[in-house]
Design a protein around this ligand. Structure first.
Ligand SMILES: C[C@](O)(CO)[C@H](O)COP(=O)(O)OP(=O)(O)OC[C@H]1O[C@@H](n2ccc(N)nc2=O)[C@H](O)[C@@H]1O
Ligand SMILES: Nc1ncnc2c1ncn2[C@@H]1O[C@H](COP(=O)(O)OP(=O)(O)OP(=O)(O)O)[C@@H](O)[C@H]1O
Length: 307
């Protein structure tokens, strides 16, 4: 009964969870806790997953606990490990700890998964950020962006940039953010048919970890690289092949720890043209780089209209 009731009711709102590219990724050292200090340029994209928010949890859902439930268009991701569910639990705990708003603290979230996962384009991290911002809005929890970014950081190094919602230069483990305004280019993104494990790459003995620290301004001007690329190409031949193919059209690079690779293009037409030549063995898409997250654009209009 409950399933029917929840699925028939329209969501209170639907929010995007945009993807990102790491335009470069320098690893500058390793911390005592095993995490790495890095410098990276996060480019937000205009496409991503989508999350539907409902005020009532669904106890019949495969993923349900303590007034929170999750469903997903990809059943493989319907688990309590999903970053959406974990982010919701963290926010719920935080609010209960603060002792505020103890009444309306239930929710069901439906995740419409569109991005490839294990692709270095931030899918899970962005879903978690959208969950935190969306539930903060749904529950009127009044947590600041800084508080939400702190909760997010406990779940993943890539989450704070999606909470802040601005294309940014990042340092630390990825949480120290300096927003930058970039030319909004189009990108061809190729997703090889493999998932790369981020912990595997960061713990590998052959990873380059000694790139000199640079200044934010220099990062926009000088030669940069992705320190994970050589290693990932060796371990994952599909990534090597995808990069080789895309590099025929211009300077191409891997994002994050892979597996996706990307090519900046001067126009949407050029990006469409390159994508149309893609061998069928790869998946791929085109996206526009944006300086402000589509999530934040939408939240601003929600607040403005009170919807
Ligand atoms: C490679 C990037 O995608 C670049 O944006 C991120 O640094 C990875 O961010 P993420 O997927 O949110 O990473 P987390 O879920 O926090 O960590 C996954 C694993 O990557 C390693 N990790 C991650 C980030 C970082 N700065 N140093 C690390 O060593 C850690 O071993 C950790 O166990
Ligand atoms: N909401 C989610 N979407 C995708 N994967 C998730 C999600 N929640 C948990 N995961 C798990 O996280 C793993 C990594 O997926 P994700 O898409 O976040 O990686 P990624 O693109 O490499 O991310 P990043 O660029 O942040 O390193 C998946 O294999 C999956 O098991």
């Amino acid at each position: 009964m409950e399933i029917a009731r929840v699925t028939m009711i329209p969501p209170v709102f639907t929010l995007p969870a945009p993807a990102k590219l790491n335009l470069f990724l320098h690893i500058t050292g390793r911390r005592d806790d095993g995490y790495h200090n890095l410098q990276t340029l996060f480019q937000l994209l205009n496409i991503g997953d989508e999350l539907d928010f409902y005020t009532t949890a669904n106890p019949e859902a495969k993923v349900y606990e303590n007034g929170l439930s999750l469903s997903c268009s990809n059943p493989a991701l319907e688990s309590k490990d999903n970053l959406v569910f974990r982010a919701a639990q963290h926010l719920q705990n935080q609010i209960q700890k603060n002792g505020s708003n103890t009444q309306s603290i239930s929710a069901h979230i439906h995740l419409k998964k569109k991005l490839p996962f294990g692709g270095g384009i931030g899918g899970g991290s962005s879903d978690a950020a959208t969950t935190l911002l969306g539930l903060n809005h749904l529950w009127d929890a009044k947590q600041s962006e800084g508080e939400l970014a702190n909760i997010g950081q406990q779940l993943g190094a890539d989450i704070p940039v999606f909470i802040r919602g601005k294309t940014a230069f990042a340092e630390g483990i990825g949480e120290k953010l300096t927003p930058v305004t970039l030319e909004e280019k189009w990108y061809v993104v190729i997703a090889p048919n493999c998932h790369v494990s981020t912990p595997q790459i960061f713990s590998h003995k052959d990873l380059t970890r000694d790139t000199p620290v640079i200044k934010v301004a220099a990062s926009l001007e000088r030669d940069t690289k992705n320190d994970c690329e050589t290693l990932v190409k060796t371990l994952y031949p599909d990534v090597n092949e995808a990069l080789k193919w895309l590099s025929k059209f211009g300077q191409s690079r891997m994002t994050g720890t892979g597996s996706c690779v990307f090519l900046p293009c001067v126009s949407e037409e050029k990006a469409v043209e390159v994508l149309s030549m893609k061998p069928s063995k790869f998946n791929g898409f085109i996206a526009k780089g944006v300086n402000q997250s589509p999530l934040h654009e939408q939240l601003l209009s929600h607040y403005a209209t009170g919807v």
